[in-house]
Design a protein around this ligand. Structure first.
Ligand code: FES
Ligand code: FES
Length: 127
């Protein structure tokens, strides 16, 4: 199966790989796994006082499409509010990366990860 150029670009030059200190109250962490293949994705956001995502990082143990999807999402969320980030849809990711049908679940993983990260952030910041 051929990967699209955008997938290969993100796979070879992943943006924002790494992690933040999990216990930082300005950080939200989403850790999700794909039942279909066992791949795991961790996505983190760092949020400022205005509720804007200043920075994002990821670590993905998975296929090229999963890495590309998480890399893309870390780029997309920067400068967005947490609510805007939560509204990102896997179909937007799949379309941007031109993912074939068998790789759609890789983009679902990225949507799940960003939603989980925002949820985690909201829970911690309300404490
Ligand atoms: Fe595991 Fe995608 S199936 S790498
Ligand atoms: Fe399972 Fe991509 S995340 S094959």
């Amino acid at each position: 199966m051929a990967y699209s150029e955008k997938v290969i670009d993100h796979y070879e030059n992943p943006r924002n790989v790494g992690s933040f200190e999990k216990d930082d109250t300005t950080v939200g962490t989403g850790m999700v796994g794909a039942p279909a293949c066992g791949d795991v994705m961790k996505l983190q956001i760092k949020v400022n006082e205005q509720g804007i995502i200043e920075d994002a990082k990821f670590k993905t143990y998975g296929c090229g499409s999963a890495i590309a999807s998480s890399s893309l999402v870390t780029e997309w969320v920067k400068g967005k509010t947490v609510d805007e980030a939560q509204a990102i849809k896997n179909t937007d990711i799949a379309e941007e990366l031109a993912l074939p049908p068998v790789k759609i679940h890789c983009s679902v993983l990225a949507e799940d990860a960003i939603k989980a990260a925002v949820k985690d952030f909201k829970e911690r910041s309300q404490k």
